[in-house]
Write a protein that binds this ligand. Sequence first.
Ligand code: NAP
Length: 253
Amino acid sequence: MPNSPSRVAIVTGAGRGIGAAIARKLAGDGFAVGLLDLDEANAKAAADAIVAGGGKALAVALDVSDAGQVASAVQTVADELGPPTVLVNNAGIIRDNLLFKMSEGDWDAVMGVHLRGAFLMSRAVQKHMTEQGWGRIVNLSSTSALGNRGQANYATAKAGLQGFTKTLAIELGQFGVTVNAIAPGFIATEMTAATAERVGMPFEDFKKAAAQQIPVRRVGEPEDIANVAGFLVSDGAGFVSGQVIYVAGGPRA
Ligand code: NAP
């Protein structure tokens, strides 16, 4: 079983929430981590916290849907930390609305960050992975991929990421690269806090109501996702590829 030659990871959307937790987990597991985010200040604060804890981290600002910015951010990580062999496509946005009220901008923005972003990042990083003969890609899907009212754009993007995951697993397996997806259920982050605000509920009440629908009777925390990501990028997960792991406190949303 070949071990990772270069322990360098990139996490997108790592300035806060699930991405920041994954970056912390991977740094704790010995990876030098490139924290890429639209929000430079958040990415820097998250990277600084990792460095203060004894880890190795670098913040890079980018929009994952911009091909030029993706190419230069990946190059910066490769120059400063070494060739990236782990990529977590985590950056995400929501633009929820019922179909009849959904604008073309809402549709395009969500496709741009989730699908185009994951495509551009994976295409840029696979070169380093295949050269090293080892790699791990983890894509953030969602239980919304199974269908969710008010999320025609987001559900479509998250279902699309599952097809993307399985196809990359088939294409890249021969180069020692595994590709998997994590599909979280309700995780307490600014994304779910924004949803609570949109429906006019205090976040604590929103979380309590959600927990009642979840078999383990609690909502998820970013660390619940980070722990699974930590496993999927480990050397020991080398025979797990093309899978979608639902991490939702039960079998479905
Ligand atoms: P979050 O708190 O909103 O964090 C998302 C991060 O992505 C933010 O730092 C955001 O930067 C960044 N981002 C947005 N657009 C970007 C772009 N174009 N380029 C680079 N970075 C960008 O969300 P989260 O809850 O941690 O979610 C992380 C991932 O998990 C997303 O893919 C989400 O769809 C997925 N997910 C979340 C849940 C949940 O319940 N929270 C459930 C299922 C799946 P800004 O701060 O500048 O916007």
